[in-house]
Design a protein around this ligand. Structure first.
Ligand SMILES: [Zn+2]
Ligand SMILES: [Zn+2]
Length: 187
């Protein structure tokens, strides 16, 4: 009975022969191999996951026979994706991140708006009984009015690109998160 050269278990999953190694070391689990490759070639592995087409030059080599593995990036099956969501902090981070940013932007926005309106009211109120010319109060009113109106927009304008950027970056991360390298079988 042939066994996996990484985990020495012959029962867990299908065995492949991905390189020119022969004899007792020729078999390996797809999962054991990809896990090992991910550790040994982290940047190459991620790069390969991002590529859309079938890759022939992987840059991933067998430690023993130096054969360059042939690999394809494949999306996980829905059930596997579901399972991974359950185990992955990154995914939770992604899914939580977007509503949190929107919530914070909203909260921060309305808070600042209220603060500004409060200052506006206080300024107008406290100057009502003073002998300040109506022109100054008028100009002040206009200025604070404009700022109070524009301030929320400027916050949104500052936060929106951040939301879009974060969403895009995290979506890219998700694309590789839900993909796996399928190493081609030689036999
Ligand atoms: Zn194994
Ligand atoms: Zn080999």
């Amino acid at each position: 009975m042939s066994e996996c050269r990484i985990c020495f278990n012959c029962e867990k999953g299908a065995l492949v022969t991905p390189c020119r190694c022969s004899g007792t070391i020729k078999h390996i689990h797809q999962r054991c191999l990809t896990r090992w490759l991910k550790e040994k070639y982290p940047s190459e592995y991620t790069m390969l996951l991002r590529q859309k087409n079938q890759t022939k030059n992987t840059g991933l080599h067998c430690e023993l026979c130096n054969y360059e593995f042939k690999a394809n990036a494949k999306y996980l099956k829905p059930l596997q994706i579901f399972k991974k969501i359950g185990n992955s902090n990154v995914t939770y981070g992604v899914l939580l991140n977007i509503p949190i940013i929107v919530f914070l932007a909203y909260k921060f926005n309305s808070l600042l708006r209220h603060l500004f309106l409060f200052i506006y009211d206080q300024t107008i109120y406290s100057h009502k009984n003073h002998l300040i010319s109506k022109k100054i109060i008028g100009a002040l009113k206009l200025y604070i009015g404009i700022v109070a109106k524009l301030f929320p927009i400027s916050i949104v304008a500052a936060v929106l690109p951040m939301i879009i950027y974060r969403t895009l970056a995290l979506t890219c991360k998700l694309f590789t998160e839900f993909k796996v390298l399928q190493i081609e079988n030689l036999m």
